[in-house]
Design a protein around this ligand. Structure first.
Ligand code: ANZ
Ligand code: ZN
Length: 814
């Protein structure tokens, strides 16, 4: 009995050998053909590696190994995004200190990642909770602070009174706390912000040229939310101030019938009339109890509450007086927190006005349909050129696209307007009143005010605090450690206090890729020469759930460091590709369904190579696939066939690739697989390899060594252990991953060479069809039946017999 394919003996052996020989190490300082292949580093949860991680990492590893085989020096690192609220909440639940929990999780993750055979250089990992890493996270905070891009300000946040903590918008579901379902309120807290809004335009405009998955770019564009319009000033009757609004529809200014301010608008207190004051105060108080998410998402159709201020504004277009209201559908954080109410053309304004009997003045009408204007039952929003302005003085008859610039300019001349582009993006709130993060490196001195920690004093180490639970004080747990808080002022040396907030985990991951080439440097976050050699990242593969936060923050951070002269590129990732999502037997994987795939069990049963290759075969990598236990067996069979074709190698014939179909298939396969891997089209590449193996074994022919060698190399990105083993057995001493072993192909040889075959019906020649040399009987019959003349003699009859001589003749007996 010959030796069988046994992944359990092959895989541990090569894992060890690669480790010993440093096969996965790159020459960081001298690499001539550098290629930085990045994948999104995981958050090391206690549950261990999720199959979704394995899927993403395998796809990225295939790309990395493929390029390595093509001769690139591929840097493919991994790290652990181990700070943050996830870890902290889990630690709280388990009643284990994160200081004990996290290292254990990292250890378990490392073991699992190693078992998968990823091409990581384990001497170059990043752990965000390591002081040697977060020293530089703090340094980046200081760089932004010095540049005036970090600022502490009072800001409303979502607050859960029962969990006693600030919640992010994502943690508020229908106005309730995601964890305990208590009603969420608003609270004003001092928070540190990064002024990402100053970069909104660049973050938006660069999307036009960066090479990213289109869907990811679309998500970023929506998140940035660029809108073009105008700011218009409305004077206030009997009052010095003006109300500035932002509108995308200056063409509707003659249709304004009221104004609305956000309840938090600074003018509310001064403008409320004596009669309305009590009602206004009550309304403002009611709004403060509402969470921010409910307000931001107040959809049309929902009741629009509001209160009249008892004051009037003057429309700069026609001098008309309109009442001023407050309503919580207007948000203080967008535009100027004020809206000109145009109920005829804005749905929310329409609902608000209808409920209160406010005037509805149509000023844009569908062309030739005046009745739509006379009897309005809903807001008419048409902005296209099928509509014309009416009731708008000298602008009547213009289409909106002309009227928008014309009216803006006209108001500009009167000093009442300015063209303006607005962005929906908010500044990035980076402070957390929590424990598990890097302390923000700031010191407060009574005499000198806010002082940055001097660079030489970094890192500000996170002290071990036994009771790390958040509480209702709004001050983070670090505030309880007197030893931590009490310090001296770096400027005057007097008594001072440390900032007790830690920074957001998204700051840790906003720059981790810059650290990888420089993990061994402790005098710089990233070395100059190394950064030049390896960055920006050549390929970044990751999940689209990070499209807006992580990917936006890391672009912003890179732009800032670029502007400070610390980087010579402003976009961190040359290419970004999103991967798809996998489901199991058609259903979403979740803990509650109990259908999560545990990678360990599958690797133990089938080997990592089979699991990797199956994951990549399930469906198009960028779209995802369905994990089915049965499917795995198909890959195992493929590998067994391949193994049995090659082992023992003495059984292989010598000599060059046999001319004819095998040679043609070989060149065609190499061409296809090369292009497919470049495009991350992994499933089709694997299918091509399977086909090629069939072609090589066709009819039990004597397989030649030269025919299977390229197959082994092409399989190596998917099944590195198996490929390495076979490569060695084929007589190579050096690892298949050393040197450039990727096979070349000859486009000419890949071409199928065409010949003409005579087609007879009942022995009489009726047609000549052109087919590939070596075409099968079925292929020739199909071609024959497509020939009009031949078809005429066969039509309506049954083919009783067919006589076929390959490459010569086909005779159909009907
Ligand atoms: C008058 C108008 C007439 C408007 C019309 C729209 C249609 P985007 O596209 O999202 O930028 N708006 C301005 N500031 C607001 C705030 N703080 N809270 C809520 N709504 C606000 O939306 C811009 C439009 O949203 C602006 O244009 C304004 O309503 C409203 F036929 O002004 B518009
Ligand atoms: Zn001082």
């Amino acid at each position: 009995m010959s030796e069988a394919y046994d992944p359990n003996s092959i895989e541990p052996k090569w894992r060890e050998r690669w480790d010993e020989d440093g096969v996965n190490r790159v020459d960081i300082e001298g690499a001539e053909n550098p290629l930085f292949n990045l994948m999104m580093f995981p958050y090391p949860s206690a549950e261990g590696l999720h199959i979704g991680n394995v899927y993403a990492f395998t796809g990225a590893d295939v790309y990395g190994r493929f390029n390595r085989l093509r001769g690139y020096d591929v840097l493919e690192p991994i790290g652990f995004d181990a700070f943050g609220i996830h870890s902290e909440n889990f630690a709280l639940k388990q009643n284990t200190h994160p200081n004990t929990l996290i290292p254990k999780n990292i250890e378990n993750f490392s073991r699992q990642l190693k078992s998968m055979g990823f091409m990581y250089d384990w001497d170059r990992t990043v752990n965000t909770t390591d002081p040697s890493y977060y020293k530089w996270t703090q340094w980046i905070f200081l760089k932004l602070y010095e540049a005036g891009l970090a600022e502490k300000r009072n800001s409303p946040v979502n607050w859960c009174p029962s969990c006693k903590t600030v919640l992010s918008n994502e943690q508020v579901i229908d106005g309730l706390c995601e964890r305990c379902s208590s009603e969420v309120t608003q609270r004003l807290l001092d928070q540190w912000f990064f002024k990402i809004t100053q970069y909104a335009e660049r973050l938006h405009d660069n999307l036009d040229w960066i090479d990213w998955s289109e869907s990811t770019k679309r998500l970023q564009r929506n998140w940035i939310g660029r809108s073009q319009g105008a700011e218009i000033d409305f004077a206030i009757k009997g009052h010095d101030g003006t109300i500035r609004v932002f509108t995308t529809r200056p063409d509707t200014v003659f249709g304004v019938s009221y104004m609305v301010l956000a309840p938090e608008h600074p003018l509310v207190a001064t403008l409320a009339s004596a009669e309305q004051k009590a009602a206004v105060d009550a309304y403002v108080a009611k709004c403060q109890a509402k969470d921010l998410v409910a307000r931001r998402t107040a959809a049309s159709g929902q009741e629009k509450t509001g209160e009249f201020l008892g004051a009037y504004a003057i429309n700069p277009a026609d001098g008309k007086e309109v009442p001023i209201w407050i309503a919580d559908y207007v948000l203080m954080e967008y535009g100027h927190g004020a809206v000109m109410g145009v109920p005829a053309h804005d749905e929310r304004d329409f609902e608000f006005a209808t409920e209160r009997g406010l005037e509805i003045l149509p000023v844009v009408a569908p062309e030739g349909d005046a009745s739509a204007v006379a009897d309005m039952t809903e807001a008419y929003i048409e902005k296209g050129d099928a509509a014309r302005l009416v009731n708008s003085g000298e602008f009547d008859g213009m289409v909106p696209s002309e009227a928008i610039p014309a009216i803006t300019e006209w108001l500009e001349k009167k000093g009442a307007a300015e063209a303006k582009v607005n962005y929906r993006l908010h500044d990035w709130c980076i402070s957390r009143q929590r424990y598990w993060g890097p302390p923000i490196p700031i010191i407060y001195c009574d005499d000198c005010g806010t002082q940055p920690v001097p660079e030489a004093d970094l890192p500000v180490e996170l002290p071990h605090v036994e009771d790390y639970r958040p509480d209702e004080s709004g001050v983070g747990p670090l505030g309880r450690s007197e030893a931590f808080v009490k310090t001296s002022c770096p400027k005057c040396g007097g008594a001072a206090r440390r900032e007790t907030d830690v920074s957001d985990t998204f700051l840790d991951s906003a720059w981790y890729f810059l650290r990888y080439p420089s993990t061994d440097l402790d005098d710089a976050a990233f070395g100059k020469e190394r950064t030049k050699r390896w960055l920006p990242v050549d390929m970044y593969i990751g999940g689209e759930e990070h499209a807006v936060l992580h990917l936006m923050y890391s672009r912003f951070t890179t732009m800032v460091l670029h502007d400070l002269g610390l980087l010579d590129f402003e976009e961190p990732y040359k290419r970004f590709r999103r991967h798809g999502m996998i489901v199991r037997e058609g259903a979403k994987m979740s803990k509650s369904r109990g259908n999560i795939v545990n990678p360990d069990a599958y690797v133990e049963e089938h080997g990592a190579d089979v699991v990797r290759t199956y994951l990549m075969f399930m469906g198009p990598f960028q779209e995802g696939g369905d994990f089915r236990d049965q499917g795995i067996a198909g890959i195992s069979r493929f590998f067994t066939r391949l193994w049995n074709t090659i082992v023992p190698v003495d059984g292989l014939a010598d000599g060059p690739v046999e001319e004819g179909p095998v040679e043609r298939e070989m060149h065609a396969t190499i061409g296809k697989v090369t292009q497919d891997l470049e495009a991350l089209s992994y499933n089709t590449a694997i299918a091509a390899l399977m086909n090629y193996l069939n072609a090589v074994r066709e009819g039990g022919r004597a397989v030649r060594k030269a025919e299977v060698e390229p197959l082994v190399v092409m399989l190596a990105p998917f099944a590195p252990f198996l490929a390495e083993e076979l490569w060695q057995r084929l007589g190579h001493e050096r690892s298949v991953f050393r040197g450039s072993n990727w096979p070349d192909w000859d486009e000419e040889k890949a071409k199928r060479d065409e010949i003409e075959i005579a087609v007879q019906v009942n022995g009489k020649r009726r047609a000549g069809v052109s087919v590939a040399r070596g075409a099968s009987e079925a292929e020739v019959v199909e071609a024959a039946l497509q020939d009009a003349n031949c078809a005429r003699f066969v039509e309506g009859k049954e083919i009783k017999r067919q006589i076929f001589v390959p490459d010569r003749i086909l005779n159909l007996i009907v």
